[in-house]
Design a protein around this ligand. Structure first.
Ligand code: URA
Length: 288
């Protein structure tokens, strides 16, 4: 891989994936006194307080000193294989103890294992009847969902409503949620770590609702819930079994295109329509 791309990827893997100022600041070129007012300066540790080994009294490495040295790219990141693995999110409280959706929501509100919570306006837990036959799982809340705290209320939600109506379903009759509960900044794709941090809650949510059928819209939902590596182009239109991992039986799951993708690629609506008809037939069969 191009070394610049590799470096950027390394930053993203470390969680450095968000801009904190409106304009870029070249820390190598800027003398300390000219640092932008909105960027906190690292405290200067007097030389005399440092141990001979260059450590502060707390045993931590000293804070970086402002430098007027000529620009430098700094040390290259270590090869990926030598990098420390990302810290797994703290294991949530015993989710099996949540006996209904309200109790699960309370546990989610107490959960701090997904950093997206800090930047989101609202938690988008899910919406719909707790005994719905059909549960739809999307990717991640967008801007409007974040504002309202409800899944699929923006442009792609309106298309999802029309897709449901086309097979005689009302949004109010299905349960809708996402693979993650908080909007990623700038609507970026959620990272695998963010998805894994939310997954125990989503699995418990499915176990509580016990839908007859899961509709997985988009690659993120399909790959996560089916534990598959193929893209949505290969997964869509096919029936899989979602393994509950509990004594409960597996749940039939259909993957299809995400409405946001259909808005960008209307030619794919024909395939999506086939998927919807397959879903309708399966729902009729399972209720007859
Ligand atoms: N896209 C999603 O995947 N989920 C939402 O809730 C909204 C847009």
């Amino acid at each position: 891989m191009n070394p610049w791309l590799a470096t950027l990827q390394w930053y993203v893997d470390q969680g450095v994936d968000e801009a904190i100022a409106d304009t870029p600041w070249d820390r190598f070129a800027t003398p300390a006194a000219a640092a932008p007012a909105n960027v906190a300066k690292a405290p200067v540790v007097p030389q005399s307080t440092q141990s001979p080994a260059g450590q502060t009294p707390t045993g931590q490495a000293p804070a970086a000193q402002p430098s007027t040295a000529p620009p430098s790219l700094g040390p290259r990141p270590p090869p990926r294989a030598l990098m420390p693995a990302a810290q797994p999110a703290p294991i949530p409280a015993d989710l099996a103890a949540a006996e209904d959706l309200a109790a699960l929501r309370t546990l989610l509100d107490q959960y701090e294992g997904c950093a997206l919570k800090a930047t989101a306006t609202n938690t988008v837990f899910g919406a719909g009847p707790a005994n719905a036959n059909l549960m739809i799982i999307g990717e991640a809340p967008g801007e409007e969902e974040d504002r309202q705290g409800e899944p699929f209320v923006g442009a792609s939600g309106q298309l999802l409503d029309r897709m449901l109506a086309a097979i005689g379903l009302e949004r109010a009759g299905v349960y809708i949620t996402n693979t993650i509960y908080w909007r990623p900044p700038g609507n970026r794709t959620p990272t695998p770590a963010e998805i894994q941090a939310c997954l125990p809650f989503l699995r418990r949510q499915i176990a509580l609702i016990q839908p007859q059928i899961l509709l997985l819209v988009g690659g993120a939902a399909a790959k996560t819930m089916l534990q598959r590596t193929e893209g949505i182009m290969r997964l869509r239109g096919r029936w899989f079994e979602y393994e509950t991992g509990e004594d409960a039986p597996s749940i039939p799951a259909l993957a299809t295109f995400h409405p946001a993708y259909l808005l960008r690629s209307p030619a794919q609506k024909r395939e999506a329509w086939r998927d919807l008809q397959a879903l309708q037939n399966r729902l009729i069969d399972s209720n007859s």
